[in-house]
Design a protein around this ligand. Structure first.
Ligand code: SAM
Length: 306
């Protein structure tokens, strides 16, 4: 099926991977069908992408981001959410872009990397990325206050009774670094190289999707890369729409979804949120039927090429 044939029947769109430019594709999708969007675009930092120019003029790059945010806004239901991830030095541009396109700022999340800081001359080393959480309208219509139970600081005498609420500083999620330390989650080529250096950790998407959606909601990822958003969404009963420019990545997403690897099984994170009220309802599918073959249906995720 080609993108020009899209009808307003959402069944053509839900749980699909679209291959092409996200702005063109999103502009053809029906309005107000999305509950949550995760935006992890290339950061315009001269990285090597096979089909995307990561060395754009700053003004062209931010004009493109404005078009993306505006199209996502139109596709989002009132009270829906966006999480826009960027380098910390671009925070002001992210905030500006979201404001200009109608979004209401909620939080500036600091994702503190668990790796050592990147050394910089003449200023402090860099150790975090920002994720701006914003909503369409003044407040979210879905926000679950997740609770976690991180290791107690050394000076704490007593264990907590029931964990703590997640705040806007996320320092408990490991990024997939290069080399051996990226672990099993990182997808590798036959010669053991990382398939996609910007692959996001499952744990990051899990926190975002659990916080800002309910079972059955629609999650959009316009820069899908290896499909982490869809891989998480499908395991917790959310619907997904993935868009990716590079056909090689689209093929990777298709394989990843249809044959979910043990390393992609998100059930291992359930315990981390056990202190959360109504966790089983938010999580969706009970642990004991968490057989990943549920998504092993080649018709569930179809690739559409424009
Ligand atoms: C930072 S990566 C996203 C990684 C993703 N979060 C993951 O977990 O794998 C950005 C992706 O956007 C894709 N891309 C770049 N320009 C695009 C465009 N205009 N439309 C759709 N995808 C695009 C790139 O090919 C790349 O895979």
């Amino acid at each position: 099926m080609y993108i020009t044939e899209l009808s307003h029947n959402n069944e053509n769109i839900i749980n699909k991977i679209f291959c092409g430019n996200c702005i063109k594709i999103m502009n053809k999708l029906p309005k107000e069908i999305v509950n949550l969007t995760f935006l992890d675009p290339p950061f315009n930092q001269q990285k090597d992408y096979s089909l995307h120019n990561d060395s754009m003029k700053e003004e062209d790059y931010w004009k493109m981001m404005e078009d993306v945010c505006s199209s996502v806004f139109d596709r989002t239901i009132t009270g829906g959410a966006i999480y826009f991830m960027q380098r910390e030095k671009n925070t002001e541009f992210v905030l500006q872009t979201l404001r200009k396109t109608g979004w209401t700022f909620q939080n500036l999340i600091i994702w503190k990397k668990r790796t050592s800081a990147v050394p910089v001359k003449n200023k402090y080393g860099k150790q975090y990325q920002v994720i701006v959480y914003a909503t369409k309208s003044s407040k979210a219509n879905t926000f679950h206050r997740l609770r976690i139970n991180p290791i107690l600081p050394a000076n704490y005498k007593f264990a907590r009774e029931n964990g703590i609420y997640v705040t806007d500083i996320w320092d408990d999620i490991k990024e997939l670094t290069s080399g051996y330390f990226a672990g099993n989650e990182a997808i590798r080529t036959n010669n053991n190289q990382r398939f996609h250096k910007q692959q996001s950790p499952l744990a990051l998407l899990l926190r975002i999707i659990l916080s800002s959606t309910n079972v059955g909601d629609v999650v959009l990822d316009p820069f899908a890369g290896t499909g982490t958003t869809a891989v998480v969404s499908t395991q917790i009963g959310r619907k997904s729409i993935s868009i990716e420019l590079d056909p090689a990545n689209v093929e990777c997403i298709k394989n990843r979804i249809n044959n979910i690897r043990e390393a992609d099984n998100i059930q291992k994170y359930y315990e981390n949120y056990i202190c959360t009220e109504n966790l089983s309802e938010i999580w969706g599918i009970p642990t004991n039927i968490y057989n990943l073959n549920v998504v092993n249906n080649s018709n569930l995720f179809n690739v559409m090429v424009n």
